[in-house]
Design a protein around this ligand. Structure first.
Ligand SMILES: NC(=O)c1ccc[n+]([C@@H]2O[C@H](COP(=O)([O-])OP(=O)(O)OC[C@H]3O[C@@H](n4cnc5c(N)ncnc54)[C@H](O)[C@@H]3O)[C@@H](O)[C@H]2O)c1
Length: 357
């Protein structure tokens, strides 16, 4: 099996590449990544010399490059695509949405088109009976569903109602994938996961940003009243969900993935302060994010019931392990910060620092 994983130098992508190489030693993994401010070769330094791992620097919306890889001309036949490459930070999308459309929407289009073009079995006509040799998987987000009130959960049937330019670009990419399935019978599976935490997350996102600031006795900027709720899942559990959906998911289906760990941003902030032995005087309230979704909570019973996935990490142990990872990897944090235009430490109204996703 030869898989194309896009965005493999990012947070989830690097954890996924590592997971796939360790779980399936016979698979060859090709990582296509543009190495944006969020993609760092250091995230995969430990597997860089693995003969089963190949890296291509490039953009997923570069149709020529994507066609070279997906056609098999570059490395040999591709059996599957897992698309994680994306601009992923809501605050950046509020600053400038254009790159989100280019990378997330046009990039997804280039990948599904290549899967369709080069995966269609010889002699097959596109349509309900068409057979393909390339499986396509889209890594999406619960944010496509919009915001919840104080009760209820997102199910796979919840209407798509994105509120930020980021989530709108992710919703558009989901719909492109579903259209290729519906129109051509392209084998497509989609996961929609809640907020991830764990090692190698870019320190523009809430948990690593706050750990980094607290480690340096700097203030932590909390949006609004801090009562926005996110549903947190350890990145390794997300990678296991991607693995199971890719191998066992039913073509055309969406699978929600979540950890049933609803926490307010203030809860997370105070927990990090306590675990790092700091004081709540370091909390700095800043003006709320524009259009800030109030609550996300995901019903992941379908993937649990149909594919047997369950999270292994509890939030309590996962967050302790995560804090331990960042405090032991200060060099990584400094390196990533120095290579990115992240607003440092505290700002009055941080443009790209504050609340994860
Ligand atoms: N982080 C979360 O909590 C979360 C939750 C659910 C879904 N997701 C989705 O999972 C995927 C990965 O998220 P992440 O948090 O790891 O993001 P990330 O920002 O850490 O990494 C994104 C990676 O994609 C690369 N990239 C960006 N644009 C590209 C392009 N046009 N062509 C090629 N490579 C490009 C970057 O260089 C980077 O390595 C995204 O699609 C995101 O929408 C993330």
């Amino acid at each position: 099996m030869r898989l194309l994983i896009t965005g493999g130098l990012g947070f989830i992508g690097s954890n996924l590449v590592r997971h796939m190489l360790a779980t399936y030693p016979s698979y060859e993994i090709i990582n296509l990544d543009a190495q944006t401010y969020a993609g760092h070769p250091e995230n995969l330094a430990d597997v860089a010399s693995n003969p089963k791992y190949k890296f291509v620097k490039g953009r997923i919306e570069d149709t020529e490059l994507v066609n070279e890889i997906v056609s098999g001309r570059m490395f040999g036949k591709i059996d599957g695509i897992m698309n994680l490459a994306a601009e992923s930070h809501v605050d950046r999308s509020i600053e400038d949405g254009a790159i989100f459309v280019r990378s997330n929407v046009m990039g997804t289009q280039a990948l599904v088109e290549a899967a369709f073009k080069y995966g269609l079995e010889p002699g097959c006509k596109p349509g309900p009976d068409a057979k393909y040799s390339i499986k396509y998987m889209q890594i999406s987000t619960d944010e496509v569903y919009g915001s919840l009130g104080p009760t209820g959960f997102f199910t796979e049937e919840t209407p798509i109602q994105p509120s930020s330019p980021y989530s709108a670009s992710k919703a558009s990419s989901d719909m492109i994938c579903q259209a290729y399935h519906h129109t051509y019978n392209l084998p497509v599976v989609i996961t929609r996961c809640s907020n991830n935490y764990g090692p190698y997350q870019h320190p523009e996102k809430l948990i690593p940003l706050f750990i980094n600031n607290l480690m340096n006795d700097k203030q932590v900027p909390v949006y609004g009243d801090g009562a926005n709720i996110r549903d947190w899942l350890h990145v390794e559990d997300h990678c296991r969900a991607i693995d199971v959906v890719f191998h066992k998911g039913v073509s055309g289906q969406v699978y929600n993935v979540g950890g049933n760990n609803e926490k307010t941003n203030m809860y997370i902030t105070k927990l990090l302060i306590k675990e790092l032995g700091k004081t709540e005087a370091l909390i700095k309230y800043v003006a709320d994010r524009l259009g800030h979704d109030r609550r996300y909570a995901i019903d992941s019973s379908k993937i649990q019931r149909e594919l047997g996935w369950t999270p292994k990490h509890t939030f309590e142990t996962g967050i302790k392990q995560t804090i331990e990872w960042y405090t032991s990897n200060a060099d990584w944090l400094n390196l990533v910060m120095s290579k990115s235009n992240v607003v440092p430490a505290v700002a009055n109204a941080p443009a790209v620092a504050g609340v994860a996703n």
